[in-house]
Design a binder for this molecule. Sequence first.
Ligand SMILES: NC(=O)c1ccc[n+]([C@@H]2O[C@H](COP(=O)([O-])OP(=O)(O)OC[C@H]3O[C@@H](n4cnc5c(N)ncnc54)[C@H](OP(=O)(O)O)[C@@H]3O)[C@@H](O)[C@H]2O)c1
Length: 241
Amino acid sequence: MGKVAIVTGGTRGIGKAICEKLRDDLGATVIANYAGNDDAAKAFSDRTGIQTVKFDVGDHEAAVAGCKKIEEEHGSIDMLVNNAGITRDGTLLKMDFDDWNEVMRINLGGCFNMAKAAFPGMKERGWGRIVNIGSINGQAGQYGQVNYAAAKSGIHGFTKALAQEGARFGITVNAIAPGYIDTDMVAAVPDAVLEKIVAKIPVGRLGQAEEIARGVAFLCSENAGFVTGSTMSINGGQHMY
Ligand SMILES: NC(=O)c1ccc[n+]([C@@H]2O[C@H](COP(=O)([O-])OP(=O)(O)OC[C@H]3O[C@@H](n4cnc5c(N)ncnc54)[C@H](OP(=O)(O)O)[C@@H]3O)[C@@H](O)[C@H]2O)c1
């Protein structure tokens, strides 16, 4: 039987490209999770035929119930891509607790909630792939993003710790740290700021979602069985870590 993959935040941006790549390159049955944008989810599902499921990954009970339902319907979750993420930017002086907490709850808490739900089945079957989407800004820090940088940096630590727990069960756990990728998230950055960012990217352009998806597909493949606890930086050379 083919493998089953769940991609959180899989209906837009980077997640959308990951879903299609896992299906097309690895032949996986892919389920795309999303939070609230029903129109985007429907457009994605209509175009690709990929099933979508709506729940908030930051809500522990909802994430566990969502994964349980997928396992009941499809028999397993073999690949988990923790891609869902949000930004609530502002300097520390202007950031309120809710901005801090929501970013931690969804970006980092979501990884815990989903892994907690999917890991036992992977352990039982002796095979699993978990890929967590971190960020260049979790590696290098970024002005106005103490919440996001902390959550993404946390994802990199989470990855290395869980990789140690999963290794003897055939479960690999890796992270990808994207640089600036051309998605809605980056479209929200003011043009003047974006121009300065692109000027600092050695390859001279933003990345494409497909370029992150290729990395995820490799880490989810059989070929990557000896790769665990690693962070793959895909950032056009902007930060060499
Ligand atoms: N774009 C970049 O340059 C960049 C760089 C480094 C890292 N990243 C990371 O890459 C990931 C994807 O980024 P993106 O640019 O593709 O983002 P995006 O275009 O804003 O899409 C975000 C996706 O995450 C979903 N989502 C948000 N909150 C969620 C929640 N609580 N529960 C479930 N799903 C949720 C959204 O669902 P709805 O459609 O329902 O809102 C959407 O499908 C994020 O983790 C981001 O931090 C992005």
